[in-house]
Write a new protein. Structure first.
Length: 442
């Protein structure tokens, strides 16, 4: 059996010459985040034909670089059955059913048979992300993706891995910035808050904690192509950075876009010189069209009412974090939010920080209820007053995200979410099923 990484965060599990058993998070065509994110190497037409035959697709979470509707449509509503985590509050399964797809939630912490030789377990995380664990006769596979497990979960994963010591253990994880970490400014200068070595060290430590034999770089194979996001390419952690900082690690580092034979450990990787990033006149025209549409948008009173209402649900937290308030600049509009009075005023801010957001992205995020996602595309900048710590603003983005998912806004919602998150964190995980006997698979 083979595992192959493709696209951005797509894992394909298959036997040679057979239809894939499973794909994860297929982003295989086009862009996401308002034409900001594109893939380093798009699958070929031959690859796509093979992927369309997959039996299952697992979606780790709702971010558009993982739940990519154009790619799911490319696979077809009569294609793979879509498997999702079972979060306390979620919309993606109902949304996808409405689009005509077959969708099933996986019970958390339970092994589900996908094939006589493949079992899958979904582990939901408190912030509506998830970990996918796969068990095959030759390997124990942990798709951490964008999830950031705490020590308790790492211990559980290590304990699971210890039940199959003779099998290969493959870990897949993101290894490059996909957050506002480098989007902070003070007095017009960018704060250098992270290093490439830090991201490599985090991936290396995750492998060590789990006991991985192989690490496959994953979920970081995007490039930023808008004029207001291309700066972020300089902060990407690529294969050369991984190799430079992958020191004294017992885990084998593999290149992106690699096919791994789970039985023998043999690998083959795509030559970077052959990558197809779809950097064409057509895609450049799409980016220019998006930027022109952004320049033409004006926020209306209804948009400001939505912003005021959504911030109002977080008012008690915002008052504690930012008693002097904060600002939002979108195009030519300057706003100040006062958490003491719950008011959104049309004026430049004198508060703790100011967000600069493209108006079209802000308008659509407010309309569809995903304001927390605005910290990801790399075009949102945060201008600090010089006294406010960036971590407080990062906490603000996390609060927005939890509100988007329906976990904040009332004591009852918060209580249900906290109880669910604790229950999932304490859940005991059963050992992987034993490999089937040769007679059973004959």
């Amino acid at each position: 059996m083979f595992i192959e990484t493709m696209g951005h965060a797509t894992l394909a599990l298959y036997r040679d010459g057979e239809r894939p058993v499973l794909l994860t998070d297929p982003w295989l065509t086009g862009s996401c985040y308002w034409r900001s994110w594109w893939i380093e190497n798009y699958p070929s037409a031959e690859d796509l034909a093979r992927l369309r035959a997959a039996r299952y697709v697992y979606l780790t979470h709702e971010h558009p670089d993982h739940l990519h509707l154009p790619s799911l449509r490319l696979l077809g509503p009569d294609g793979p059955e879509i498997l999702t985590p079972d979060f306390l509050e979620m919309k993606m399964d109902g949304f996808l059913r409405g689009e005509g797809f077959r969708v099933r939630r996986l019970a958390p912490g339970v092994w589900t048979e996908l094939d006589p030789e493949v079992a899958a377990m979904s582990l939901p995380i408190w912030n509506n992300d998830s970990i996918l664990i796969l068990s095959t006769p030759e390997a124990f596979i942990v798709d951490l993706n964008d999830a950031k497990p705490d020590q308790r979960i790492f211990r559980k994963l290590a304990a699971l891995r210890a039940t199959a010591p003779g099998r290969r253990c493959v870990v897949l994880r993101s290894h490059s910035p996909a957050s506002p970490a480098n989007s902070f400014f003070v007095d017009g200068g960018r704060l250098e808050r992270t290093s490439k070595a830090q991201f490599v060290r985090a991936a290396r430590n995750a492998c060590r904690r789990i006991g991985a034999t192989d690490f496959m770089p994953f979920a970081s194979q995007s490039v930023f192509r808008r004029s207001d996001s291309e700066w972020a390419n300089a902060y990407k952690v690529g294969l050369s950075d991984l190799r430079r900082h992958w020191r004294d690690a017992p885990t084998r580092l593999l290149p992106p876009y690699t096919r791994l034979d789970l039985a023998t450990g043999e690998t083959s990787s795509r030559d970077p010189a052959s990558f197809d990033p779809h950097d064409t006149p057509e895609t450049r025209a799409l980016i220019a069209e998006q930027e022109a549409a952004n320049a033409a948008v004006t926020l209306e009173d209804a948009d400001l009412d939505r912003l005021r209402a959504q911030l109002g649900e977080l008012r008690v937290f915002l008052l504690a974090l930012f008693p002097r308030g904060f600002g939002v600049t979108a195009g030519g509009l300057s706003l100040h939010y006062d958490p003491r009075r719950g008011r959104l005023e049309r004026r430049p801010t004198t508060g703790h920080f100011r967000l600069t957001i493209p108006p079209l992205a802000l308008k659509e995020a407010l309309t569809f209820g995903h304001v927390g996602d605005l910290c990801i595309p790399m075009f949102t900048s945060v201008h600090l007053d010089g006294r406010t710590a960036p971590r407080r603003v990062e906490a603000f983005f996390m609060l927005l995200t939890l509100r988007d998912y329906g976990y904040l806004g009332s004591a009852r919602r918060m209580g249900r979410w906290a109880a669910w998150a604790l229950r999932e964190s304490l859940r005991r995980l059963p050992a992987p099923p034993p490999p089937p006997s040769p007679k059973a698979t004959a």
